[in-house]
Design a protein around this ligand. Sequence first.
Ligand code: N01
Length: 546
Amino acid sequence: MPDTPAKYATSSKETAFDAVIVGAGFAGLYMLHRLRTLGLPSRVYEAGSGVGGTWYWNRYPGARCDVESLEYSYSFSDELEKEWRWTERYASQPEILRYLNYVAERFDLKRDIQFETRVTATTFDEIAKQWIIQTDHGDRVTAQFCVMATGCLSIAKTAEYPGIDSFQGKTYYTARWPYEPVDFTGERVGVVGTGSSGIQCIPHIARQAAHLYVFQRTPNFSIPAHNRPLSSEIAEDWRTHRLEYRQRARTSFTSFRFAMSSKSALAVSPEERLREYEECWNRGGLPFIGAFADLILSKDANDTAAEFVRSKIRATVRDPALAEKLVPRDHPFAAKRLCVDTDYFATFNRDNVTLVDVRVNPIREFTRAGLGTADVEYTLNSIVFATGFDAMTGPLRNIDIRGRAGTLLQQKWAGGPRTYLGIMVAGFPNLFIITGPGSPSVLSNMVVSIEQHVEWIADCIAYLRQRRIASIEATEDAENAWVAHVNEVANATLFPLANSWYVGANVPGKPRVFMPYAAGVGAYRQKCDAVAASGYEGFALSSARL
Ligand code: N01
């Protein structure tokens, strides 16, 4: 592959690149690779000391992808696909990090990545038609294109309880886990939060700690992973049918290779419905959502799935009163991101695990020794916060992004994110967002959506370069129409009914807007391809030539 040297010395504090990419996770690595093949000198800035993005930071015990490893991997390189061997059905965080390091080495990407450097500001210079990018290390560089590969879940929420700083024990965030292994042996540990991260780490911590207190505010739906070593038969099947599976995922509704039923849950007999749910439960994982076509569209259909999962929780947790506390009731099934677990509900049968319902007994304050709810003081050695993220918009709001006339992106988004196709924003020329709000992103297999965006962006840049066009920018009209369409699609689903991070409900003051695009990745890809084929309909291409 061509190795394009950077345009100017990379150590300089005043450097010009053709493109700057923010973030070195799945998205940033592939973007760099694609821009190199176009011959664009590019620089990646990455806050971590290594590649991996979310898989670099979220190294908590039990961290594992809940999309199957064969599918949660790049498809762009046949050689890479042939070289890499996944060992488990669902890859653990260390294995994914090894994979991403392998990719970075194999494609010689690290020489264009500046680690331990956070981008603090990017400003569009309207005269030079370029972005000025600044970092927390004092770098000030320019680039014609700026690509935000900042991830959807990279800004962890911080705990804002009275007295939190007075706690004398150790505190951890799942989203910022220390590099060194943490040993909870003999400790009294508290975990706050029971979303995907909490549900994954709780069984692991329970096996190590003397006693584990789980502080739960809202119970969640979770499907068993049934993780296991990847059998040689499955690996062989993948090798034989890989191209077909990949294509199916790209053009499907879900972005997974599993087939989604075309039947309504209400059109079959109760016996057939139960049989289907049992099969999906025994297969495990996110494909449960595809058991019937209307689980996220019809409340009545959804209720049947919700009740099935509740019955499984009741069958697993021995103490009926405890089981009732773990049964979700406040939101439709899968209207919050569905969790996938290994032994989560069974963990509550252990003698050394206590569930504390902080909806009934809210956490009052943290103390030197632990934390106090309305009626009990808990003495703890360590507290783990699995309290989630300022999702999707947080990573972009965290950077001072200024477009035309100095308009601040976060001001423009004060009432919720506004994009065209989830990729670009009117008033912010040549600024691309990978898996931004308004695209399927977090509703899909992220790697499928990342590859689609990276390829669309690279093709767009190639188009501009071939025609010596200086800039591309979403029009206000196209953006308004897209935002209305994203909302219309969301409102036809049950997603907005849940107080989830999908709608920003987990961050106080965040506008309540359903952020991802819910029409499916296949339809979305067709729309993006049609826009490109039409010469970028809905975008203004600058008449000024390079
Ligand atoms: O975060 P969450 P997460 N006091 O927001 C609770 C992806 N992911 O890190 O629901 C008490 O889902 C909060 O309670 P409530 C995946 O997309 C993937 O677990 O707001 N509790 C909730 O229980 C996932 O959806 C993988 O009432 C507080 C929890 O903390 C996304 O990341 C693994 C609280 C937060 O749950 C986020 O998951 C992990 C407070 N002040 C994550 N604040 C895999 O691929 C929050 N909570 C496997």
